[in-house]
Design a protein around this ligand. Structure first.
Ligand code: PGA
Length: 245
Protein backbone atom coordinates (compact mmCIF):
# COMPACT_ATOMS: atom_id res chain seq x y z
CA UNK A 1 0.00 0.00 0.00
CA UNK A 2 1.28 3.39 -0.95
CA UNK A 3 0.75 6.13 1.61
CA UNK A 4 0.55 9.78 0.60
CA UNK A 5 0.78 12.22 3.46
CA UNK A 6 -1.22 15.43 3.17
CA UNK A 7 -0.68 18.46 5.33
CA UNK A 8 -4.34 18.77 6.24
CA UNK A 9 -7.84 17.93 5.08
CA UNK A 10 -7.75 20.58 2.37
CA UNK A 11 -4.60 19.17 0.85
CA UNK A 12 -5.92 15.61 1.16
CA UNK A 13 -9.01 16.69 -0.78
CA UNK A 14 -6.92 18.37 -3.47
CA UNK A 15 -4.70 15.33 -3.91
CA UNK A 16 -7.65 12.94 -4.06
CA UNK A 17 -9.60 15.15 -6.48
CA UNK A 18 -6.57 15.51 -8.78
CA UNK A 19 -6.14 11.77 -8.70
CA UNK A 20 -9.73 11.16 -9.85
CA UNK A 21 -9.74 14.01 -12.36
CA UNK A 22 -6.59 12.59 -13.98
CA UNK A 23 -8.12 9.12 -14.07
CA UNK A 24 -11.20 10.49 -15.84
CA UNK A 25 -9.06 12.41 -18.31
CA UNK A 26 -6.95 9.33 -19.04
CA UNK A 27 -10.02 7.15 -19.51
CA UNK A 28 -13.25 9.10 -20.09
CA UNK A 29 -15.19 5.81 -19.95
CA UNK A 30 -13.87 4.86 -16.55
CA UNK A 31 -16.04 3.13 -13.94
CA UNK A 32 -15.63 4.72 -10.53
CA UNK A 33 -16.65 3.34 -7.15
CA UNK A 34 -17.76 6.19 -4.88
CA UNK A 35 -18.24 6.67 -1.17
CA UNK A 36 -20.31 8.88 1.10
CA UNK A 37 -19.44 10.24 4.55
CA UNK A 38 -17.65 13.33 5.76
CA UNK A 39 -14.24 12.50 4.34
CA UNK A 40 -14.91 12.55 0.57
CA UNK A 41 -16.94 15.78 0.65
CA UNK A 42 -13.88 17.97 0.04
CA UNK A 43 -12.77 15.73 -2.82
CA UNK A 44 -16.14 16.05 -4.51
CA UNK A 45 -16.10 19.82 -3.97
CA UNK A 46 -12.77 20.07 -5.79
CA UNK A 47 -14.00 17.81 -8.59
CA UNK A 48 -17.02 20.08 -9.04
CA UNK A 49 -14.80 23.17 -9.03
CA UNK A 50 -12.61 21.59 -11.69
CA UNK A 51 -15.65 20.62 -13.76
CA UNK A 52 -16.85 24.25 -13.64
CA UNK A 53 -13.47 25.81 -14.33
CA UNK A 54 -11.83 23.35 -16.68
CA UNK A 55 -14.76 21.41 -18.06
CA UNK A 56 -13.58 17.91 -17.16
CA UNK A 57 -16.46 15.83 -18.43
CA UNK A 58 -18.17 12.86 -16.78
CA UNK A 59 -20.44 12.23 -19.77
CA UNK A 60 -19.05 8.75 -20.37
CA UNK A 61 -18.17 7.85 -16.77
CA UNK A 62 -20.10 5.17 -14.85
CA UNK A 63 -20.31 5.20 -11.06
CA UNK A 64 -21.26 2.71 -8.37
CA UNK A 65 -21.67 3.77 -4.77
CA UNK A 66 -20.63 1.54 -1.93
CA UNK A 67 -23.85 1.48 0.00
CA UNK A 68 -27.31 2.76 0.81
CA UNK A 69 -29.58 2.63 3.86
CA UNK A 70 -32.40 0.13 3.78
CA UNK A 71 -35.77 1.89 4.01
CA UNK A 72 -34.73 5.34 2.75
CA UNK A 73 -35.89 6.10 -0.76
CA UNK A 74 -33.87 8.20 -3.14
CA UNK A 75 -35.79 11.37 -2.21
CA UNK A 76 -35.08 11.03 1.48
CA UNK A 77 -32.71 13.82 2.56
CA UNK A 78 -30.52 11.35 4.49
CA UNK A 79 -30.30 8.77 1.72
CA UNK A 80 -26.90 8.31 0.21
CA UNK A 81 -28.55 8.94 -3.14
CA UNK A 82 -29.33 12.50 -1.99
CA UNK A 83 -25.86 12.88 -0.54
CA UNK A 84 -24.36 12.08 -3.92
CA UNK A 85 -26.83 14.34 -5.75
CA UNK A 86 -25.97 17.25 -3.45
CA UNK A 87 -22.21 16.84 -3.27
CA UNK A 88 -21.42 15.68 -6.78
CA UNK A 89 -24.01 14.42 -9.24
CA UNK A 90 -26.14 17.57 -9.52
CA UNK A 91 -23.02 19.60 -10.24
CA UNK A 92 -21.39 17.57 -13.00
CA UNK A 93 -22.51 16.18 -16.35
CA UNK A 94 -22.79 12.53 -15.32
CA UNK A 95 -25.83 11.04 -17.09
CA UNK A 96 -28.61 9.70 -14.85
CA UNK A 97 -28.41 6.17 -16.25
CA UNK A 98 -24.71 5.87 -15.52
CA UNK A 99 -24.88 6.44 -11.76
CA UNK A 100 -25.71 3.53 -9.52
CA UNK A 101 -26.49 3.13 -5.86
CA UNK A 102 -28.13 0.12 -4.25
CA UNK A 103 -31.90 0.65 -4.02
CA UNK A 104 -32.67 0.77 -0.31
CA UNK A 105 -36.40 0.46 -0.90
CA UNK A 106 -36.29 -2.41 -3.40
CA UNK A 107 -39.19 -4.84 -2.91
CA UNK A 108 -36.71 -7.64 -2.45
CA UNK A 109 -33.52 -6.21 -0.98
CA UNK A 110 -31.73 -9.55 -1.23
CA UNK A 111 -32.43 -9.74 -4.94
CA UNK A 112 -31.29 -6.13 -5.20
CA UNK A 113 -27.89 -7.19 -3.88
CA UNK A 114 -27.54 -9.84 -6.57
CA UNK A 115 -28.63 -7.40 -9.24
CA UNK A 116 -26.18 -4.76 -8.03
CA UNK A 117 -23.33 -7.23 -8.39
CA UNK A 118 -24.57 -8.20 -11.84
CA UNK A 119 -24.71 -4.58 -12.97
CA UNK A 120 -21.15 -3.97 -11.77
CA UNK A 121 -20.04 -7.03 -13.68
CA UNK A 122 -21.92 -6.00 -16.83
CA UNK A 123 -20.09 -2.65 -16.72
CA UNK A 124 -16.77 -4.47 -16.69
CA UNK A 125 -16.02 -4.05 -12.98
CA UNK A 126 -14.87 -1.02 -11.03
CA UNK A 127 -11.66 0.63 -12.18
CA UNK A 128 -11.03 2.80 -9.14
CA UNK A 129 -12.85 2.51 -5.82
CA UNK A 130 -12.87 5.39 -3.35
CA UNK A 131 -13.13 4.41 0.32
CA UNK A 132 -13.38 6.06 3.71
CA UNK A 133 -12.24 4.32 6.87
CA UNK A 134 -14.55 3.69 9.84
CA UNK A 135 -13.03 4.15 13.28
CA UNK A 136 -13.76 0.47 13.87
CA UNK A 137 -12.07 -0.44 10.60
CA UNK A 138 -15.20 -0.81 8.53
CA UNK A 139 -15.11 -0.20 4.78
CA UNK A 140 -18.43 0.47 3.13
CA UNK A 141 -20.79 -0.89 5.78
CA UNK A 142 -18.73 -4.04 6.25
CA UNK A 143 -18.46 -4.16 10.00
CA UNK A 144 -15.85 -6.08 12.01
CA UNK A 145 -16.37 -9.83 11.63
CA UNK A 146 -17.62 -9.64 8.03
CA UNK A 147 -16.18 -12.51 5.99
CA UNK A 148 -13.71 -11.36 3.37
CA UNK A 149 -15.61 -13.39 0.75
CA UNK A 150 -18.83 -11.36 1.02
CA UNK A 151 -20.35 -9.82 -2.06
CA UNK A 152 -23.02 -7.08 -1.96
CA UNK A 153 -25.27 -7.89 0.97
CA UNK A 154 -27.69 -6.60 3.59
CA UNK A 155 -26.12 -5.65 6.92
CA UNK A 156 -27.35 -4.85 10.41
CA UNK A 157 -25.52 -1.67 11.37
CA UNK A 158 -23.60 -1.73 14.63
CA UNK A 159 -24.52 0.67 17.37
CA UNK A 160 -21.19 2.50 16.98
CA UNK A 161 -21.76 3.08 13.27
CA UNK A 162 -25.33 4.24 13.87
CA UNK A 163 -24.06 6.61 16.54
CA UNK A 164 -21.31 7.92 14.25
CA UNK A 165 -23.89 8.58 11.53
CA UNK A 166 -26.51 10.06 13.86
CA UNK A 167 -24.91 13.47 13.28
CA UNK A 168 -26.63 13.57 9.89
CA UNK A 169 -30.09 12.79 11.37
CA UNK A 170 -32.29 14.58 13.93
CA UNK A 171 -31.87 11.78 16.42
CA UNK A 172 -30.27 8.37 16.79
CA UNK A 173 -33.44 6.34 16.39
CA UNK A 174 -33.97 7.84 12.92
CA UNK A 175 -30.76 6.18 11.71
CA UNK A 176 -31.79 3.04 9.82
CA UNK A 177 -30.92 -0.31 11.35
CA UNK A 178 -29.85 -1.90 8.08
CA UNK A 179 -28.04 -1.06 4.87
CA UNK A 180 -27.11 -2.64 1.57
CA UNK A 181 -23.38 -2.56 1.04
CA UNK A 182 -20.88 -3.79 -1.48
CA UNK A 183 -19.13 -6.69 0.19
CA UNK A 184 -15.46 -6.93 0.96
CA UNK A 185 -14.97 -9.19 -2.02
CA UNK A 186 -16.78 -6.69 -4.27
CA UNK A 187 -14.43 -3.95 -3.07
CA UNK A 188 -11.37 -6.17 -3.50
CA UNK A 189 -12.33 -6.88 -7.11
CA UNK A 190 -11.84 -3.19 -7.98
CA UNK A 191 -8.73 -2.78 -10.05
CA UNK A 192 -7.48 0.04 -7.88
CA UNK A 193 -8.46 1.45 -4.47
CA UNK A 194 -8.01 4.87 -2.91
CA UNK A 195 -8.58 5.17 0.83
CA UNK A 196 -9.00 8.60 2.41
CA UNK A 197 -8.24 9.03 6.09
CA UNK A 198 -8.51 12.35 7.87
CA UNK A 199 -8.28 13.56 11.43
CA UNK A 200 -7.23 12.41 14.85
CA UNK A 201 -10.36 10.31 15.32
CA UNK A 202 -9.08 7.97 12.60
CA UNK A 203 -5.50 7.79 13.86
CA UNK A 204 -6.05 4.56 15.78
CA UNK A 205 -7.82 2.84 12.87
CA UNK A 206 -5.09 3.91 10.45
CA UNK A 207 -2.41 2.63 12.78
CA UNK A 208 -4.18 -0.71 12.97
CA UNK A 209 -4.41 -0.86 9.21
CA UNK A 210 -0.73 -0.10 8.72
CA UNK A 211 0.57 -2.40 11.41
CA UNK A 212 -1.62 -5.41 11.94
CA UNK A 213 -2.07 -8.65 10.07
CA UNK A 214 -5.03 -9.00 7.80
CA UNK A 215 -8.00 -10.39 9.74
CA UNK A 216 -11.76 -10.23 9.61
CA UNK A 217 -11.96 -8.50 12.99
CA UNK A 218 -10.69 -5.38 11.23
CA UNK A 219 -12.26 -5.24 7.74
CA UNK A 220 -9.93 -2.62 6.24
CA UNK A 221 -6.98 -4.93 6.89
CA UNK A 222 -8.05 -6.87 3.79
CA UNK A 223 -6.61 -3.99 1.76
CA UNK A 224 -3.10 -5.18 2.57
CA UNK A 225 -3.83 -8.07 0.18
CA UNK A 226 -4.81 -5.81 -2.73
CA UNK A 227 -2.03 -5.06 -5.23
CA UNK A 228 -3.00 -1.47 -5.97
CA UNK A 229 -4.02 0.60 -2.94
CA UNK A 230 -3.22 4.25 -2.31
CA UNK A 231 -3.91 5.70 1.11
CA UNK A 232 -4.17 9.47 1.23
CA UNK A 233 -4.04 10.54 4.85
CA UNK A 234 -3.57 13.86 6.56
CA UNK A 235 -1.03 14.62 9.23
CA UNK A 236 -3.51 14.33 12.07
CA UNK A 237 -4.53 10.84 11.00
CA UNK A 238 -0.89 9.86 10.58
CA UNK A 239 0.41 11.35 13.80
CA UNK A 240 2.77 8.95 15.54
CA UNK A 241 2.73 6.51 12.62
CA UNK A 242 5.99 6.05 10.68
CA UNK A 243 5.32 6.22 6.93
CA UNK A 244 7.51 4.44 4.41
CA UNK A 245 7.36 5.53 0.80
P1 PGA B 1 -16.49 9.48 7.47
O1 PGA B 1 -16.92 7.96 7.40
O2 PGA B 1 -15.89 9.82 6.16
O3 PGA B 1 -17.79 10.21 7.71
O4 PGA B 1 -15.53 9.61 8.60
C1 PGA B 1 -16.06 7.00 6.91
C2 PGA B 1 -16.69 5.65 7.10
O5 PGA B 1 -17.31 5.44 8.15
O6 PGA B 1 -16.57 4.81 6.20
Amino acid sequence: MRVIEAEDYQELSNIAADFFINKVKENPEITLGLATGGTPKGTYRKMVEDHDKHGTSYRSVTTFNLDEYVGLDSDHPNSYYQFMETHLFNEIDLPFRQKHLPNGVAKDIYKECIEYERTIEQCGGIDVQLLGLGSNGHIGFNEPGTAFETMTHVVELTQSTRQANARFFNQLDEVPQRAITMGISTIMQSKEIVLLVSGESKQHALQQLLTRQSDEGFPASVLTKHPHVTIIADRKALSGIPVNG
